[in-house]
Design a protein around this ligand. Structure first.
Ligand SMILES: Cc1cc2nc3c(=O)[nH]c(=O)nc-3n(C[C@H](O)[C@H](O)[C@H](O)COP(=O)(O)OP(=O)(O)OC[C@H]3O[C@@H](n4cnc5c(N)ncnc54)[C@H](O)[C@@H]3O)c2cc1C
Length: 250
């Protein structure tokens, strides 16, 4: 991972590596592999970021903490904390640590980092494709833009293996109620026969978005293979790469 230069939410001014001490105030386990942490600022008592940015979690380790990047999932207007979604990686250092948490712990973070901001002015259509915990970055864009851009056409596809891996349905339903033209679907790569929704990989459904006729920005987040594949398919079709914003988590 390329740890970016620390950025202030406002621009390019480098910021010292301030450690933010954040309290774990809630833990939500959506599946056996997806966990969300609700974190509240303790010291200092404020944290500012812009939608699309990530923080570095300092995982306790010897001889020094190991740093791992996590995209912020919550609204960027919130100042007293943020939410992070974790996808458990087998034998992963940070993953194992996060799954030992019980709530109430104080964690160290640095940030915010990253410059993958929501593209402005926005296009008429916004398509967000994610795998694993990639919805975190997209959910942050969506929640943060609810008041500013309520009228765009938003389409979200989340890729996962089976119906047991599905999460965030309630959160996405709530966005569906709030935006004028918002829809989402899960795409299962290992669906059983009872699944009546989309089967395969998110990149198999690009043509449904009518992006040749409708000015569109694609946001891609999660698995690097998915991102590469979507970019290649869109490039073959002559789609402008400037309208593809991607963050790989692996
Ligand atoms: C900008 C950015 C934002 C990110 N945001 C998030 C986020 O919001 N939520 C989230 O869960 N993760 C996110 N990640 C990934 C995260 O930083 C860690 O890489 C991940 O949690 C694994 O860390 P670990 O310490 O558990 O595994 P490690 O101990 O680092 O790795 C264990 C093994 O798993 C492999 N591995 C590492 N990462 C992955 C992966 N993502 N998929 C498959 N295999 C992997 C490694 O090659 C290694 O063999 C983000 C990464 C980047 C670069």
């Amino acid at each position: 991972m390329t740890a970016d230069t620390p950025q202030t939410p406002e621009g390019n001014k480098p910021k010292g590596r301030q450690i933010y001490k954040m309290r774990v105030v809630e833990i939500r386990d959506y599946t056996s592999r997806i966990r969300e942490l609700f974190l509240k600022c303790e010291e200092p008592n404020q944290f500012q970021f812009r939608a699309g940015q990530f923080v570095m979690l300092h995982v306790p380790a010897e001889p020094k903490p190991a740093l791992r990047a996590y995209s912020i999932a919550s609204n960027d207007q919130q100042r007293d904390g943020f939410r992070l979604i974790f996808n458990h990686i087998e034998n992963g250092l940070a993953s194992n640590f996060v799954w030992t948490l019980k709530g109430g712990e104080l964690l160290d973070f640095t940030g915010p980092f990253g410059r993958l901001f929501f593209k402005e002015p926005p296009t008429q259509q916004i398509v967000m494709l994610s795998t694993g915990s990639g919805i975190s970055q997209h959910f942050c864009y969506l929640e943060s833009n609810l008041k500013k851009y309520p009228d765009l056409r938003y389409r979200v596809l989340m890729g996962m293996r089976t119906a047991n891996d599905i999460y965030y349905r309630k959160e996405l339903d709530s966005l569906k109620r709030e935006f004028k033209d918002f829809d989402y679907e899960f795409v299962l790569s290992r669906a059983d026969d009872s699944w009546t929704g989309k089967k395969g990989y998110v990149q198999h459904f690009l043509s449904e978005f009518n992006y040749r006729e409708t000015p569109t920005t694609f946001y891609l987040c999660g698995n690097g293979g998915m991102i590469k594949d979507v970019k290649a398919r869109l490039a073959e079709d002559g789609f402008d790469a400037a309208n593809i914003l991607a963050e790989a988590f692996d």
